[in-house]
Design a binder for this molecule. Structure first.
Ligand SMILES: Nc1nc(=O)c2c([nH]1)NC[C@@H]1CN(c3ccc(C(=O)N[C@@H](CCC(=O)O)C(=O)O)cc3)CN21
Ligand SMILES: O=c1ccn([C@H]2C[C@H](O)[C@@H](COP(=O)(O)O)O2)c(=O)[nH]1
Length: 283
């Protein structure tokens, strides 16, 4: 939690105003942030200086794991975060690749599970990583990349957290995740939960101990209409100790994640938090 607050403070104190063409808003911006999560010690990096909707964050990630491309499928899991980008983003609404209501196009999970090969067929990146790690193999390329510039025009948004790189040292699994663009008041709440949970889940289904997760962010920003709430409300609050994440131990394979797992298979224990803060969202 302290590293999150330090990043917020750094943006408020040292950030530079940058105008963003896509949203038409100015963002207070810093470059380069390195966050680290103690998955081994189950220090769940949930924001405590406001109420954080961690279930929606896990649901969103489960949708990526399943390769979903429809905001309706995300809603069915308990996550509304793709509604606006799928249905209110003017450029995407005009795009001939959009297949209708709720379609997100070839984003995130579609690339992770069905990356198109130029000679036909698809690559299932996640399946390959799970299979290797389950055999105790780290080929130094256990990478899942959602970043496919050749298909950006076929999706509603370029991926923000775009690459997840797993590493095995002995029987301990590590994860390094890369993010090109980060909405610190809203998106990072979710992304911290997702990086942590991804490592915890992958360790569980491949039969390894979880180590640390490393989260590397390039452009970290606060939108102009979020700044006062962050500076004058959230940053004035004292954080509580980190809660713990409990995952149903019956989840044992990628197939389990693809078929029967729901949000009821995740619990957070000892979550103490301050009141909710409703930050504006930019489409
Ligand atoms: N501007 C922007 N920021 C983002 O963080 C973001 C995007 N766009 N577009 C794609 C996804 C969607 N994500 C989102 C979208 C909405 C919330 C949000 O509204 N969160 C609220 C309430 C969530 C709930 O009730 O479930 C929050 O207070 O955290 C968070 C992440 C993250 N991404
Ligand atoms: O997982 C996510 C997804 C999105 N974001 C934020 C970061 C930016 O504020 C927007 C995306 O806009 P771009 O113009 O494509 O950079 O969404 C996030 O923080 N986390």
């Amino acid at each position: 939690m302290n590293q999150y607050l330090a990043l917020c403070r750094r943006i408020v104190d040292d950030g530079v105003w940058v105008t963003n063409e896509r949203t038409g808003k100015r963002c207070l911006t810093v470059i380069n942030a390195d966050l680290e999560y103690d998955v081994a010690g189950n220090q769940f990096p949930l924001i405590t200086t406001r109420k954080s909707y961690w279930k929606a964050a896990i649901a969103e990630f489960l949708g990526y794991i399943r390769g979903y491309d429809s905001a309706a499928d995300f809603r069915a899991l308990g996550c509304k975060t793709w509604d606006a980008n799928a249905n209110l983003n003017e450029a995407w609404l005009q795009n001939s690749h959009r297949k209708g209501e709720d379609d997100m196009g070839r984003v995130y999970g579609v690339q992770g599970r069905r990356w198109s090969k130029p000679d036909g067929g698809h690559v299932d990146q996640l399946r390959k990583v799970v299979d290797n790690l389950s055999r105790g193999v780290d080929d130094r390329g256990e990478i899942i990349s959602f970043y496919n510039p050749g298909e950006f025009h076929m999706g509603c948004l370029r991926p923000c957290m775009h690459t997840h790189n797993f590493s095995l040292l002995g029987d301990t699994l590590y994860l390094t995740s890369y993010q090109r663009s980060c909405d610190v008041p809203l998106g990072l709440n979710f992304n911290q939960v997702q990086v942590f949970t991804f490592l915890a889940l992958m360790a569980q289904i491949t039969g390894h101990k979880a180590g640390q997760a490393y989260h590397k962010i390039v452009n970290a920003h606060i939108y102009e209409d979020q700044l006062a709430l962050m500076r004058d409300v959230q940053l004035q609050r004292e954080p509580f100790p980190a809660p713990q994440l409990e995952i149903n131990p019956d989840i044992k394979s990628l197939q389990d994640l693809e078929t029967w797992v729901t949000l009821d298979d995740f619990k957070v224990n000892n979550y103490q938090h301050h009141d909710p803060i409703s930050y504006p969202f930019s489409v």
